[in-house]
Design a protein around this ligand. Structure first.
Ligand code: ADP
Ligand code: G3P
Length: 649
């Protein structure tokens, strides 16, 4: 078949719906089919999918789109191959022998592993994970979801003990099942998906023994082989249905796929996809960049040569906020109505909605926040809440762009967008206003599906190189220019940042006001935990002398200096005396020896009111410790102590 006669199918398995699109060589979708599937919310903060329903939704979409394709006069045989793109991190476990799932998939938004995350953060080696795999420890990654299942689902633990437990992200599960399951046993995952598990070394794109060891699964679980995102052999062939025998040749996590679909092939190019969540990926070239400002390092795409990496800003709630207004609050019947509802009012009327349904992801990583609406009065209408919902994603995008600029040293000149919520003109205008650069929205917004089609199409020779993709989806886009000043934008953003600070700690211990004014201190502690970076820390000995951190031993008081040195309560907190008790932090010698000593903190403030630190501390140790102490729970302990005292042995 000549490349010009070929079509390529693309399975787009998203968080709320599945689609199958068939693209021609001009990158135009000629036929498609989409279905929504069940969202299972067993408890607050839990979110599951039925793995078998995910597979059947794919099969339904393939059948529906192929039927349309044929009704348009095309031959099924002209579909040369299929690509897959999928929701990332969502964790599926099945029995390697039978191919049957052992539990519902735990979706990327699910926060049930919060306690596991806290426990893992206190383990030796925790502070080094991000430099290996690019991801912070959080409820978001697959690893903590898997550990939750091992701890709480007997069937999963039994399979683990028997040695028959298979783990995969959605791509691996779909490829496995579409190939026929256990009989064919095609068990692979592409690098962009595999790198979201926390099990993979980001530079080598292979499982990392230190990471597997850390999570306690080394050699005990069946993991998919990691393969390039575009490969004519690795992904096997569809075993049954209307596309039986058609090969699968490409696979990309959906956010990587959208970057490819937007043709973000050069370093410095970025895209922001407003789907269920919202994800900004910035191409950084052939070396990963480990963020210092709350972003993730991830694989942009891996087409067989050198992999290309991206900095990623992940926002947990975007379109799902719109769905919440629709399904939970009955504000409207269809997502697209949010735009008109928001336009019934001139502005947000003073409302700020921190849509922290899953805590807040990048760049904040606050797992003890929950969704909170600030500024409600008798004046508030549905329209204000609708606006505040759209604005929440735009504010977080602004925070991510600021962080990205700090990490990369470069500012974006334009933001390319796509995904369901990008259909809202108001949301995109708001976005341009808040980030003070133009927002470009292509005419064809199925860029996620297009990315997987490109990955597969490159493998089959439908396109030979990136140059041949140049004209795809170039015409007819819309540009949203900023319409407010930078000062107005900064004022709006300041309000958002305040709301973020105030949403912290909701799932932490409750506290009530008392006559000592604890309530004010509580609020201040929350803001300290956010505002204070603790990297200007000084250590003051009991006689008041300030010393370099690694010089002294004996008893000392660590003094946290706020970033702009403006919060008087910080010094009150550390110097005003109080109960004189100390909290206890034990350091453990890391398994891999001296280099790691004292860098991990094992403490349980609930059990002991004493912090003591054994061994030598260098500056990095103290910084690590204080990152831990930023946790609101700990700071609330400090509130009682009014002083933090560290014992050095
Ligand atoms: N016109 C619209 N305005 C605002 N939000 C929309 C609109 N159309 C769809 N959405 C939102 O976009 C999301 C679906 O986008 P999509 O890119 O298909 O996401 P996913 O791949 O995560 O399933 C839904 O959460 C929906 O509420
Ligand atoms: O379903 P989406 O499009 O919001 O994407 C989900 C992401 O892949 C989660 O990391």
């Amino acid at each position: 078949m000549q490349p010009s006669e070929m079509f390529v199918g693309s399975i787009d398995q998203g968080t709320t719906s599945t689609r199958f699109l068939i693209f021609n060589r001009d990158g135009e979708p000629v036929a498609s089919h989409q279905v929504e599937f069940g969202q299972i919310y067993p408890h607050p903060g839990w979110h599951e999918h039925d793995p078998l329903e995910l597979v059947s939704s794919v099969e339904t979409c393939i059948a529906g789109a192929v039927q349309t394709f044929e009704s348009l006069g095309h031959a099924r045989a002209s579909i040369a191959c299929v690509g897959i793109t999928n929701q990332r991190e969502t964790t599926v476990v099945w029995d390697h022998k039978t191919g049957e799932p052992l539990h519902n998939a735990i979706v990327w938004t699910d926060t049930r592993s919060q306690a596991i995350v806290s426990e893992l953060k206190a383990r030796p080696g925790a502070s080094h994970l991000q430099s290996l795999c690019g991801l912070p420890l959080s409820t978001y990654s697959s690893a903590t979801k898997l550990l939750w299942m091992l701890a709480h689902v007997p069937k999963v633990k039994e399979a683990f003990d028997r040695g028959t437990l298979a783990f995969g992200t959605v791509d691996a599960w779909l490829v496995y099942r579409l190939n026929g399951g256990a009989a064919a046993n095609v068990f692979v995952s592409d690098s962009t998906n595999a790198s979201r598990t926390m099990f993979v070394n980001l530079e080598k794109l292979q499982y990392d023994d230190a990471l597997l060891d850390f999570f306690g699964i080394k050699g005990k679980i069946h993991l998919p082989r990691i393969v390039p995102s575009s490969d004519p052999e690795a992904y096997g062939v569809i075993a049954s249905g209307v596309l039986a025998h058609v090969p699968i040749m490409g696979c990309l996590g959906d956010q990587s796929s959208a970057l490819v679909g937007q043709k973000g092939f050069s370093p410095g190019m970025a895209k922001n996809t407003y789907g269920t969540g919202c994800f900004l990926l910035y191409n950084v070239g052939e070396k990963p960049v480990i963020s210092k400002h709350g972003l993730l390092a991830t694989v942009a795409y891996d087409f067989g040569g050198k992999p290309v990496y991206a900095l990623e800003g992940s926002i947990a709630v975007a379109g799902s906020g719109v769905k919440f207004l629709q399904n939970n609050l009955s504000f409207f019947q269809d997502s697209e109505e949010v735009n008109d509802l928001a336009l019934t009012v001139e502005d947000n009327g003073g409302c700020v909605f921190v849509t922290a349904f899953s805590g807040l992801f990048a760049p904040y990583w606050i797992d003890d926040a929950k969704g909170t609406i600030f500024g409600i009065t008798q004046y508030t209408q549905k329209g204000h809440i609708a606006r505040a919902t759209l604005e929440a994603t735009c504010f977080q995008t602004k925070a991510i762009l600021d962080a990205m600029e700090k990490d990369s040293g470069k500012a974006l000149s334009e933001l390319a967008v796509d995904g369901g919520m990008s259909n809202s003109d108001l949301a995109m205008q708001t976005q341009a206003d808040l980030i003070s650069i133009p927002v470009y929205r292509p005419q064809m917004r199925e860029t996620t599906a297009l990315g997987a089609a490109i990955a597969a199409g490159l493998a089959v020779g439908m396109w030979r190189n990136f140059a041949e993709l140049r004209d795809i989806n170039r015409a007819g886009g819309a540009v949203f220019e900023p319409q407010i000043t930078r000062e107005e934008s900064a004022a709006n953003f300041g309000k958002w940042e305040k709301a973020v600070r105030m949403s912290r700690g909701w799932t932490g211990p409750d506290s009530s006001p008392n006559k000592d004014g604890d309530r004010n201190l509580d609020a201040e502690i929350k803001s300290i935990s956010h505002d204070t970076q603790f990297n200007n820390m000084t250590k003051t000995t009991t006689n008041g002398t300030t010393t370099a951190p690694n010089e002294s031993r004996g008893v000392g008081i660590l003094k946290a200096v706020p970033r702009q040195n403006t919060s008087p309560l910080v010094s009150e907190l550390v110097t005003s005396g109080g109960l004189g008790t100390t909290l206890k932090v034990k350091t453990r010698t890391a398994a891999n020896g001296d280099a790691d000593r004292n860098r991990d903190w094992d403490f349980s403030p609930a059990k002991t009111p004493l912090i003591s630190v054994s061994g030598d501390l260098d500056e990095a140790d103290e910084e690590d410790l204080f990152l831990e102490l930023r946790k609101v729970e700990i700071l609330q302990k400090l509130k009682k102590l009014r002083k933090l005292k560290l014992n050095y042995f």
